[in-house]
Design a protein around this ligand. Structure first.
Ligand code: IMP
Length: 188
């Protein structure tokens, strides 16, 4: 798998230090608020698992899974809930945990859906942000790293469901997706 990686963008040590730092901030801000962490499947599960273990805080966790009608996961902007929350978020403090904000469409529609359920508050923790790709306003309250417009894998992020298990964030070699002619995030 390492041979498919062109460059390590964020090392395992840098990731762990940042996630610990984010968890400390979140624990301070949510003291006595018993938040519900909402992980966006599949990409956020590694980040969420590490973040939770660094959180010195009473909290619960739940997951959502989205699918879009477009060819890739965010091109159409029309979303369908594949797996909804199992707990009620009414009057709860919700912290959405995302792997990456790219076009912003996923987060935008997820926040709309959650806000309609009348939570006490909603904030966002995102590991990565690619601001240059934004199509709709979306912002993380707790952000790990801003990254350039490159398709990245590892630490939960995939290409064709692979590479999620890499402990770092890396940029794929172009010949891995060469068969498709364009980088994955340009497939519309
Ligand atoms: P959105 O474009 O902000 O709606 O992001 C949708 C989803 O696309 C993210 O939650 C990721 O799962 C996926 N995604 C966006 N950019 C990348 C990337 O560089 N690598 C892997 N997955 C990505």
């Amino acid at each position: 798998m390492m041979s498919d990686i062109k460059e390590v963008l964020i090392t395992e040590q840098e990731l762990q230090a940042k996630v610990k730092d984010l968890a400390e901030k979140i624990a301070r801000d949510y003291r006595d608020k018993d938040p519900v962490l909402v992980g966006v499947l599949n990409g956020a599960f590694v980040f969420l698992a590490d973040l939770m273990r660094y959180l010195d805080l009473s909290c619960t966790v739940d997951f959502v899974s989205w699918s879009s009608y477009g060819k890739d996961t965010s091109s159409s902007g029309v979303f369908r809930i594949m797996k909804d929350l199992e707990t009620s978020v009414e009057s709860r403090h919700v912290l959405v945990v995302e792997d990456i904000i790219d076009t912003g469409l996923t987060l935008h529609y997820l926040l709309d859906t959650i806000s309609a359920r009348r939570p006490a508050s909603v904030r966002v923790a995102a590991l990565l942000d690619k601001p240059s790709r934004r199509r709709i306003e979306a912002k993380a309250d707790y952000l790990g790293f801003q990254i350039p417009d490159a398709f990245v894998v590892g630490y939960g992020l995939d290409f064709g469901q692979r590479y999620r298990n890499l402990p770092f964030i890396g940029i794929l070699k172009p010949d891995i997706y060469a068969g498709r002619g364009t980088p994955p995030n340009e497939i519309e």
